[in-house]
Design a protein around this ligand. Sequence first.
Ligand SMILES: [Zn+2]
Length: 421
Amino acid sequence: MSHRMAVTVICDGNRPDFVTDETTPVMASLKRAGTWFANQRGIFPSATRASSASIATGSHPLSHGLRGNCMGLPIDGGFEFHDAGKPEFFDTFRQHYGRMLARPAVSERVSGLHGAIIASNVSPGAAFFHDSYSHAHMYHRELCYAPGRMPTGETMKTSAGHEGDTVTTMRFIEALLEKRPSSATLWLSEPDVSMHAAPLGSDVHLAALAGADLLVGRVAEVVDRLRDEGHDVLFIVGSDHGHESVTEAIPVERRLFEAGFKTSLEGPDVLVAPQGCAAFIHFGGDSATRRVEAADWLRQQAWIGEVFMGEDLAALGQIPGDDLIAIDMAKAEGTNINGVPGLSAMAVRFDEEIGEVRRDCGMHGGRGPYETNPVLLMVGEGFEAGRLVQEESSITDIAPSIIRHLALPETDMDGRALQQN
Ligand SMILES: [Zn+2]
């Protein structure tokens, strides 16, 4: 029996201007074989863990509930720092909110059809929040599980980078052919890993792109085979966010202490949760009443782009809070040492030195034109070959497009299906 399927490959951090015949011939040919979304937009923050939740649920953080890559959770006298990428955060989140994500993932929606598989080589948080109620077959170095989060005993010996991406891709292909799921998602760590480690446009970056492209090609061959065997496959290749190049790193929490907004440098009253080129600042304890004053001070700093509070956050699709400010770091015109456009300052908590290491390398998380412009191409029914869409689309449109392809109800999603008819 041949049923409809959706196969999605996310090349973490990839930028549309790096999809070329020279560097990424497979993606360039898929771009011609299907529809290319030139004005694809990410969420705020343009960071992987919250974006993974948004791609899975077709919803912004305001609707699904995972604020960012890291965040503060309340404790006595203020806030405590949590990294959403860590495996233990999955349980911390559940204990704090009494639930997982507030919107169903594609994996849950397809559980009455032929189910879902997810093979991921990014952080445990990004993988698990793609399937927060554990309806999929998951292939990840932290845990391989069957639906219901039943450990399968299988181990994936992978780490971030091309080698681990290759192992993950091979396992993905095996599971795809064996299970023929309604939805199959492969999430590669590259080119993001190399973009963080080396200047954008460098040989290291270009080699990582070529490597990711090769793996997309492996999956494309399997998609062809599934189509030959009668499956109507929607093939999606995209990324979760883009990148800017780092101009400088600002220790935001240290700066707030020096300006008198914190009682001690590492105390809990004011906590900065950096999101790369953006940050959330939580105000608790005795500092809570000084939030507006701190926002005014932040707006005067040269390293700040924009400051968001209250309903401004909701307008960005982000969860507002009386104890919260979000900042987007300052963007700059021009290019990095390799002539790649898109420059931004990045936020850290305390470390003064990191800017030297990071300069010209990639970063994301904020609202810059490149970090918020991920890749999206779709090949299949409803996506005319060679069509170029200039109209804005979003990473929240991926799930609705999968759901429409599978003829399931398009409910409880912020995004919209991108099929032409
Ligand atoms: Zn990244």
